[in-house]
Design a binder for this molecule. Sequence first.
Ligand SMILES: Cc1cc2nc3c(=O)[nH]c(=O)nc-3n(C[C@H](O)[C@H](O)[C@H](O)COP(=O)(O)O)c2cc1C
Length: 186
Amino acid sequence: MERVPVLAICGSLRPDSLHRALLTAVQDRAPRIRLMGAELVRDLPLMDPALDRPDSLPSAVREFRMLAEACAGAVIASPEYVHAPSGVTKNALDWLAGSTALYGKPVLLLSASPGQTGGLRGLAGLIPTLLALDAGLVDPVSVSRAPRRIRPDGEVTDVGLDLRLEIAVEQFVDAMAVGAAPLATR
Ligand SMILES: Cc1cc2nc3c(=O)[nH]c(=O)nc-3n(C[C@H](O)[C@H](O)[C@H](O)COP(=O)(O)O)c2cc1C
Protein backbone atom coordinates (compact mmCIF):
# COMPACT_ATOMS: atom_id res chain seq x y z
CA MET A 1 0.00 0.00 0.00
CA GLU A 2 1.43 3.36 -1.05
CA ARG A 3 1.40 5.82 1.81
CA VAL A 4 0.20 9.41 1.34
CA PRO A 5 3.06 11.91 1.74
CA VAL A 6 2.45 14.49 4.47
CA LEU A 7 4.73 17.40 5.29
CA ALA A 8 5.94 17.35 8.90
CA ILE A 9 7.25 20.46 10.60
CA CYS A 10 8.91 20.20 14.00
CA GLY A 11 9.21 23.65 15.50
CA SER A 12 11.68 22.52 18.16
CA LEU A 13 15.30 21.78 17.36
CA ARG A 14 15.92 20.24 20.78
CA PRO A 15 17.08 16.63 21.14
CA ASP A 16 14.37 14.69 23.01
CA SER A 17 11.80 17.24 21.87
CA LEU A 18 8.23 16.64 23.00
CA HIS A 19 7.11 17.93 19.61
CA ARG A 20 9.16 15.38 17.72
CA ALA A 21 7.60 12.82 20.09
CA LEU A 22 4.14 14.05 19.05
CA LEU A 23 5.04 13.63 15.37
CA THR A 24 6.17 10.08 16.12
CA ALA A 25 2.91 9.42 17.98
CA VAL A 26 0.93 10.67 14.98
CA GLN A 27 2.92 8.52 12.57
CA ASP A 28 2.37 5.49 14.81
CA ARG A 29 -1.39 6.04 14.57
CA ALA A 30 -1.54 6.71 10.84
CA PRO A 31 -0.07 3.83 8.82
CA ARG A 32 -1.61 5.23 5.62
CA ILE A 33 0.43 8.44 5.72
CA ARG A 34 4.15 9.07 5.57
CA LEU A 35 5.37 12.09 7.56
CA MET A 36 8.25 13.66 5.68
CA GLY A 37 10.75 16.47 6.10
CA ALA A 38 10.44 17.17 9.81
CA GLU A 39 14.12 18.07 10.05
CA LEU A 40 14.28 20.26 6.92
CA VAL A 41 13.34 23.37 8.91
CA ARG A 42 16.71 23.18 10.65
CA ASP A 43 18.49 24.00 7.40
CA LEU A 44 16.23 26.81 6.24
CA PRO A 45 17.91 30.22 6.37
CA LEU A 46 16.13 33.06 8.09
CA MET A 47 13.57 34.58 5.74
CA ASP A 48 15.26 37.05 3.42
CA PRO A 49 13.16 38.17 0.46
CA ALA A 50 16.36 39.06 -1.39
CA LEU A 51 17.21 35.34 -1.53
CA ASP A 52 13.79 34.45 -2.90
CA ARG A 53 14.79 34.60 -6.58
CA PRO A 54 15.42 31.75 -9.00
CA ASP A 55 19.15 32.55 -9.21
CA SER A 56 19.73 32.84 -5.46
CA LEU A 57 17.16 30.55 -3.83
CA PRO A 58 18.91 28.42 -1.18
CA SER A 59 18.73 24.70 -1.97
CA ALA A 60 17.17 23.97 1.43
CA VAL A 61 14.29 26.31 0.60
CA ARG A 62 13.84 24.73 -2.82
CA GLU A 63 13.74 21.25 -1.26
CA PHE A 64 11.31 22.34 1.45
CA ARG A 65 8.94 24.01 -1.02
CA MET A 66 9.00 21.08 -3.43
CA LEU A 67 8.18 18.67 -0.63
CA ALA A 68 5.39 20.91 0.67
CA GLU A 69 3.89 21.16 -2.84
CA ALA A 70 4.04 17.38 -3.27
CA CYS A 71 2.39 16.59 0.07
CA ALA A 72 -1.33 16.09 0.61
CA GLY A 73 -1.38 17.84 3.97
CA ALA A 74 0.83 18.92 6.86
CA VAL A 75 1.29 18.08 10.51
CA ILE A 76 2.93 20.90 12.43
CA ALA A 77 4.19 20.25 15.96
CA SER A 78 5.29 23.53 17.35
CA PRO A 79 6.20 24.83 20.82
CA GLU A 80 5.18 28.04 22.50
CA TYR A 81 8.14 30.26 23.30
CA VAL A 82 7.43 33.27 25.53
CA HIS A 83 3.70 33.08 24.74
CA ALA A 84 4.26 33.11 20.98
CA PRO A 85 4.99 30.61 18.18
CA SER A 86 8.41 29.11 17.77
CA GLY A 87 10.44 31.21 15.36
CA VAL A 88 11.57 27.99 13.66
CA THR A 89 8.00 27.22 12.62
CA LYS A 90 7.12 30.76 11.65
CA ASN A 91 10.27 31.03 9.55
CA ALA A 92 9.39 27.81 7.71
CA LEU A 93 5.86 29.04 6.98
CA ASP A 94 7.21 32.41 5.83
CA TRP A 95 9.17 30.56 3.15
CA LEU A 96 5.85 29.18 1.86
CA ALA A 97 4.39 32.68 1.41
CA GLY A 98 3.36 33.27 -2.16
CA SER A 99 3.26 29.54 -2.92
CA THR A 100 0.20 27.32 -3.11
CA ALA A 101 1.93 24.60 -1.11
CA LEU A 102 -0.72 24.42 1.63
CA TYR A 103 -3.66 25.69 -0.40
CA GLY A 104 -6.77 23.75 0.60
CA LYS A 105 -4.71 21.06 2.30
CA PRO A 106 -5.54 19.76 5.77
CA VAL A 107 -3.15 20.92 8.48
CA LEU A 108 -3.04 19.36 11.94
CA LEU A 109 -1.48 21.57 14.61
CA LEU A 110 0.08 20.02 17.72
CA SER A 111 1.73 21.55 20.75
CA ALA A 112 3.03 20.34 24.08
CA SER A 113 4.36 21.98 27.19
CA PRO A 114 5.21 21.06 30.75
CA GLY A 115 2.83 23.89 31.76
CA GLN A 116 -0.93 24.07 32.11
CA THR A 117 -1.77 25.59 28.71
CA GLY A 118 0.08 23.01 26.63
CA GLY A 119 1.57 25.56 24.25
CA LEU A 120 -1.85 26.69 23.03
CA ARG A 121 -0.80 30.33 22.64
CA GLY A 122 1.98 29.26 20.30
CA LEU A 123 -0.54 27.50 18.08
CA ALA A 124 -2.96 30.44 18.25
CA GLY A 125 -0.21 32.65 16.89
CA LEU A 126 0.25 30.36 13.87
CA ILE A 127 -3.41 30.33 12.85
CA PRO A 128 -3.47 33.72 11.04
CA THR A 129 -0.41 32.66 9.05
CA LEU A 130 -1.99 29.34 8.09
CA LEU A 131 -5.23 31.04 7.10
CA ALA A 132 -3.24 33.44 4.96
CA LEU A 133 -1.72 30.39 3.24
CA ASP A 134 -5.28 29.03 2.69
CA ALA A 135 -4.58 25.89 4.72
CA GLY A 136 -7.54 23.78 5.84
CA LEU A 137 -7.13 23.52 9.60
CA VAL A 138 -8.46 20.51 11.47
CA ASP A 139 -9.00 20.42 15.25
CA PRO A 140 -5.63 21.09 16.95
CA VAL A 141 -4.24 19.21 19.93
CA SER A 142 -2.43 20.93 22.79
CA VAL A 143 -0.91 18.76 25.50
CA SER A 144 -0.47 20.20 28.99
CA ARG A 145 1.86 18.57 31.55
CA ALA A 146 3.31 16.81 28.55
CA PRO A 147 6.40 15.14 30.07
CA ARG A 148 4.01 13.06 32.21
CA ARG A 149 1.95 12.00 29.21
CA ILE A 150 4.31 11.30 26.32
CA ARG A 151 7.85 9.98 26.20
CA PRO A 152 10.56 11.34 23.86
CA ASP A 153 10.28 8.17 21.75
CA GLY A 154 6.61 8.95 21.09
CA GLU A 155 5.12 6.44 23.49
CA VAL A 156 1.93 7.90 24.92
CA THR A 157 1.50 7.09 28.61
CA ASP A 158 -1.86 8.77 29.13
CA VAL A 159 -5.15 7.21 28.05
CA GLY A 160 -6.83 10.56 27.43
CA LEU A 161 -4.04 11.79 25.20
CA ASP A 162 -4.02 8.50 23.35
CA LEU A 163 -7.72 8.94 22.53
CA ARG A 164 -7.33 12.60 21.54
CA LEU A 165 -4.50 11.74 19.16
CA GLU A 166 -6.52 8.88 17.64
CA ILE A 167 -9.42 11.27 16.97
CA ALA A 168 -7.17 14.03 15.62
CA VAL A 169 -5.41 11.63 13.26
CA GLU A 170 -8.72 10.19 12.05
CA GLN A 171 -10.06 13.70 11.32
CA PHE A 172 -6.86 14.65 9.54
CA VAL A 173 -6.77 11.53 7.36
CA ASP A 174 -10.49 11.89 6.56
CA ALA A 175 -9.95 15.53 5.58
CA MET A 176 -7.20 14.49 3.17
CA ALA A 177 -9.45 11.86 1.63
CA VAL A 178 -12.20 14.42 1.11
CA GLY A 179 -9.82 17.18 0.00
CA ALA A 180 -10.48 20.08 2.34
CA ALA A 181 -11.73 23.27 0.73
CA PRO A 182 -9.76 26.40 1.59
CA LEU A 183 -11.25 28.05 4.67
CA ALA A 184 -11.79 31.27 2.79
CA THR A 185 -14.34 29.51 0.57
CA ARG A 186 -16.30 27.81 3.38
C1 LIG B 1 12.82 30.17 25.31
C2 LIG B 1 11.69 29.34 25.86
C3 LIG B 1 10.48 29.93 26.12
C4 LIG B 1 9.42 29.16 26.57
N1 LIG B 1 8.20 29.76 26.75
C5 LIG B 1 7.13 28.99 27.10
C6 LIG B 1 5.83 29.56 27.17
O1 LIG B 1 5.62 30.73 26.93
N2 LIG B 1 4.80 28.75 27.50
C7 LIG B 1 4.98 27.40 27.75
O2 LIG B 1 4.00 26.71 28.02
N3 LIG B 1 6.21 26.85 27.70
C8 LIG B 1 7.27 27.60 27.38
N4 LIG B 1 8.52 27.04 27.31
C9 LIG B 1 8.69 25.64 27.67
C10 LIG B 1 8.46 24.76 26.48
O3 LIG B 1 7.07 24.57 26.31
C11 LIG B 1 9.12 23.43 26.72
O4 LIG B 1 10.51 23.62 26.80
C12 LIG B 1 8.78 22.43 25.66
O5 LIG B 1 9.22 21.17 26.10
C13 LIG B 1 9.44 22.80 24.33
O6 LIG B 1 9.18 21.82 23.37
P1 LIG B 1 10.22 20.66 23.00
O7 LIG B 1 10.17 19.67 24.13
O8 LIG B 1 9.66 20.10 21.76
O9 LIG B 1 11.58 21.27 22.84
C14 LIG B 1 9.60 27.79 26.84
C15 LIG B 1 10.85 27.21 26.59
C16 LIG B 1 11.87 27.96 26.11
C17 LIG B 1 13.21 27.29 25.81
